[in-house]
Design a protein around this ligand. Structure first.
Ligand code: SF4
Length: 459
C-alpha cells in the first residue's frame, strides 16, 4: 500500500479494495476493544483512575515549563545528558551528531512514535546510518518498507502469510512458512545478533518523572531493555508532554496504559532508567515539534494528555474499516486526526472529517480526552481557515441555500424527483459518492407534502 496519496478518502479506497482484509482488520481490532473492556471492568475504580489521570495531566500541562525544568535539573544531577529540540529537524540532527561523534554507523531502536513523527529512520539512512527497529511489529513494517499502521500494533494490517513472505525474502525462512512460532524464533535470533553488535540504542519514553529525573519505557518484548543495557550509549527521545510530576502518580498511568492498549493487566516490562551504568552514556532529547503551539490552542491542548494506548483506534469504526495508512501521518486514528492538523493544517485538513462523531473514542480514552469534540472543532477551524475540500464547502453552501428556504426546498425536491425518475444516470455518477455502496431508491410518486395535503391536513 502506498501512503503517498495524501487524502484519507483515496487511501481508504485502496485499503477497501481487499474486502477480506477489511473484515478481518475490523474484527481483530474490535476483539482487542472487547479485551480492553473486560480488563477495565475488572477494576471497580476504573472511572476514578481515568479522572485522576486526566487531572494529573491537567496539572502537568498547566505548569509544563516548571515541570520540564525540574525534570532537566534532576536528570542532569543523575548524570544524564539533556538536549532540547525545537522541531523534527533539530531532533534528527542531535541524534545524528551523537552517532557521528562516537563514530557509530549502526543503531538499534525500540518503539518510538516520536521517531516516526520526525522521520528519523529516513534521515539517518540518507546519512549512511543503518537503523534496525527491534520491536517485532516495527521490524516487520521496516522490512516491508512501510510506515507503522497503528501506534501499539504497527503491523496489524498484515496477514501472517504476508509476514512469512517478508521473512522469507529478508531473513531466509522457508518459502510459504507462516507458522507464528517459527517466525517469532527467527526474528528473535536475528534481533539478538543486532543487540549484541550495536553500540548505540535509542528508546522512546512512555513517562518521565519530574521529581526524580527518571524515565519509564514500557514494552511487551523486552527489546528496549536489551538495546539500552547492551549498548554503550543510550539515547531516549521524548515529547515534552510526557511528564508525570512524581513517582507516586506513575501507578495511575501504568494501570491504565496496558489495560487500554492490549487488555493486559500490566505491561510485561515497565523499565525505569535513572542514571547511566559505569562507562555508559545516557542522553535524553526533549522534543517540542509543535507541542507548545498545541498547548496554546485552548480547544486542543487536552490532546497533549495522550498516553498513546491506541484504544481510540480499536474502537473507531472509521479506523477499523479504513486502516492506519489512510491517515497518511505517523499517528493515525482519532488522536492522529487531532494532532496532525496542528503540525500542518493544509496537509492534514482531510483528517478531522474522517469521523462519524459517534464519540466512542472519547468514551474509552483512559485520560478522558474529549476526542470527538476536538475533531468537530478542528472542522470548524479548517473551514474558517479555507483549507476544507472545495466539494465540501460548495456542497454545504448549497445545502444552506436549500434548507433555509421552503420555496427552494420544494423546488429542489421537484427537480431531484424528476431526475431520479427520467435520467437516473445524472444522479448516480462516479461523482456522487453516496451511490457508490447503495442501491438507487425508487422515486416517490408524490412528495410527502402532497400526500399529507390530500388527507385534509394542511401544513
Ligand atoms: S487519545 Fe486517549 S485513547 Fe487515543 S491513544 Fe491517546 S490516550 Fe489512548
Amino acid at each position: 500500500m502506498s501512503a503517498n496519496t495524501a487524502n484519507h478518502v483515496e487511501l481508504s479506497d485502496i485499503f477497501n479494495e481487499d474486502e477480506q482484509r477489511v473484515n478481518w482488520h475490523d474484527e481483530t481490532l474490535w476483539w482487542i476493544r472487547a479485551k480492553r473492556d473486560k480488563a477495565a471492568f475488572k477494576i471497580p475504580e476504573w472511572e476514578l483512575l481515568r479522572d485522576t489521570a486526566s487531572q494529573i495531566k491537567n496539572n502537568v500541562l498547566s505548569d509544563l515549563h516548571n515541570y520540564l525544568i525540574e525534570f532537566e535539573t534532576k536528570a542532569k544531577s543523575n548524570g544524564i545528558i539533556i538536549h532540547w529540540a525545537a522541531d523534527a529537524a533539530e531532533h534528527n540532527k542531535i541524534i545524528y551528531s551523537l552517532l557521528l561523534r562516537k563514530g557509530v554507523k549502526q543503531m538499534v531502536k525500540s518503539k518510538s512514535m516520536l521517531t516516526e513523527e520526525c522521520h528519523l529512520n529516513e534521515y539517518l539512512a540518507s546519512q549512511g546510518i543503518e537503523v534496525i527497529d527491534s520491536d517485532l511489529g516495527e521490524r516487520i513494517v521496516q522490512l516491508a518498507e512501510e510506515p507503522p499502521s497503528h501506534i501499539v500494533l504497527p503491523c496489524i494490517h498484515k496477514k501472517k502469510e504476508e509476514i512469512g513472505e517478508i521473512f522469507h525474502k529478508h531473513l531466509g525462512t522457508e518459502a510459504g512458512m507462516s507458522d507464528l512460532q517459527v517466525l517469532t524464533e527467527t526474528a528473535r535470533i536475528h534481533l539478538r545478533e543486532t543487540f549484541l553488535n550495536r553500540k548505540l540504542a535509542l528508546t522512546g519514553v512512555n513517562f518521565a518523572i519530574a521529581e526524580t529525573g527518571e524515565f519509564v519505557v514500557c514494552t511487551n518484548e523486552g527489546n528496549a531493555d536489551m538495546g539500552a543495557h547492551l549498548a554503550e550509549i543510550h539515547i531516549a527521545n521524548m515529547g515534552i508532554e510526557k511528564l508525570v510530576p512524581n513517582k507516586k502518580q506513575l501507578g495511575v498511568f501504568l494501570r491504565l496504559l496496558t489495560r487500554s492498549a492490549t487488555g493486559q493487566p500490566i505491561t510485561t516490562y515497565s523499565s525505569h532508567f535513572k542514571k547511566p551504568r559505569k562507562g555508559q552514556e545516557v542522553h535524553i532529547v526533549l522534543v517540542d515539534n509543535g507541542r507548545s503551539v498545541q498547548l496554546g490552542r485552548a480547544d486542543f491542548r487536552n490532546s497533549l494528555k495522550c498516553i498513546r494506548c491506541g484504544a481510540c483506534m480499536y474502537t473507531c469504526p472509521v479506523y477499523r474499516r479504513s486502516g492506519g495508512h489512510s491517515y497518511h501521518n505517523a499517528k493515525s486514528g482519532p488522536i492522529g486526526a487531532i494532532l496532525a492538523p496542528n503540525l500542518d493544517m493544509k496537509k492534514y485538513a482531510d483528517l478531522p472529517f474522517a469521523c462519524i462523531l459517534c464519540g466512542s473514542c472519547t468514551h474509552v480514552c483512559p485520560v478522558k480526552i474529549d476526542i470527538h469534540d476536538q475533531l468537530y472543532k478542528w472542522r470548524q477551524v479548517i473551514v474558517k481557515e479555507g483549507y476544507a475540500d472545495a466539494t465540501k464547502t460548495v456542497g454545504m453552501r448549497l445545502m444552506n441555500l436549500v434548507l433555509s428556504s421552503p420555496k427552494m426546498y420544494r423546488l429542489a425536491g421537484k427537480i431531484g424527483r424528476w431526475f431520479i425518475q427520467y435520467i437516473p444516470s445524472a444522479v448516480n455518477t462516479k461523482y456522487n459518492l453516496w451511490f457508490k455502496h447503495r442501491e438507487m431508491p425508487a422515486p416517490p410518486k408524490q412528495p410527502f407534502r402532497d400526500w399529507y395535503k390530500k388527507r385534509h391536513c394542511l401544513i
